[in-house]
Design a protein around this ligand. Sequence first.
Ligand SMILES: *Cc1c(COP(=O)(O)O)cnc(C)c1O
Length: 427
Amino acid sequence: MDHFQYRDRTLFCEDVPVPEIAAEFGTPVFVYSKATLVHHLKSIQDAFAEARPVIAYSVKTNGNLSICKLMAEYGSGFDVTSGGELYRALKAGGPNAKTVFAGVGKSEAEMRYGLQSNVMLFNVESEEELFELGRVAASMGRKAPVALRVNPDLPPKTHAKTDTSVKGVKFGLDIEGVLDVSAKAVGHPGLAIVGLHLHLGSPILKSEPYAAGAAKAVQLIEAFRKQGHDIRYLNMGGGFGIHYRKQEALPATAFAEVILPAVRATGCQLVLEPGRFIVGNAGVLVSRVLFNKDTGGKHYVIQDAAMNDLVRPTLYDSFHRVWPVNPAAGVPEYPDDFEAAIPGTVVQDVVGPVCESGDYLAKARHLPLMARGDLVAVFSAGAYGMSMSSNYNSRCRAAEVLVDGTSCRLIRRRELYEDLVAAEVDC
Ligand SMILES: *Cc1c(COP(=O)(O)O)cnc(C)c1O
């Protein structure tokens, strides 16, 4: 469910016509729907209500301050993976008691920052990290609250670059060795092992991996408790998939169905770290066509958004639905199936101005021919779009706009050339 709909062959975000946003704020521009964001957060809160979970919105997914503030306002905490993300969470007024600090490579400064900020949990991913965190915490007269992140060694679930729970990836402690590590931490003056953390990968379109992970978690929690650790938190991470192609994603209730039994069995407080599920379908990237070009039997539409704005197609071979903001009569207003041959269309690649052959947003798509100046919508671009953007080719980052009903406001201004050199001019 989202609030991007066509009315009379014009794309609207809630009650605002997208062409008006493009005219006011320029292109490329990320447009987010508040109602969609809130709807997705609430659907997780409702599905897991029985467990009264701590929802820790994954800041890396989309860290815009206004979006983080909205998350906090609607009861979410934060999952952060760096000092910079913790800074964002704190700036957004995030409740520290609901903030979890993840990441395989925390620096000492980041550990201190997390301890000073009284984060709820550190997700710890290696033995060295665990005892370094213990040393840093003890030196501050503190005990670090820790959830051990375990790699449950499950079958492949998603793209190789985004699967985090198969054997041999850098994430988590090996499930076979984790009890030896936790045994060494019993009675440590700087460590309180209070939780277990799993993050399986992303995006996941089935519930089975969560069922398998949760079953392993129940056994591990029992074993940790036998060692004397007071385990109070079960953190099942994020990774819930969304609609990228059509209606392929599961509702939050499907994940709740397989995760809640583990919560009941362990009596733990549940923590979840959703990102994509909340913000992915709540954003579109809007661009404007610059040129058309035919070469080597291929048709290219060159528009002003590029891999530096949305790198997922380049990085993960990801599929994003792409369609004109104002589809002409003669093509569907919005196709049911973007992978089928669509009447009235021509097969084309949607590319940007960046100097890389890998710079594309969509490949070999059935799209109507578009003219210079036409607006293009790239759907499901709210997650890992702006947050993975870069200044490559010294391109200014796009503007971000948040729509709420009939109103919209800028939540990040388009970057200026001066921003590009701001950290360099005084050197
Ligand atoms: C990336 C990440 C998430 C969020 O994943 P989504 O697929 O966006 O829900 C949650 N937890 C951890 C540890 C992550 O690395």
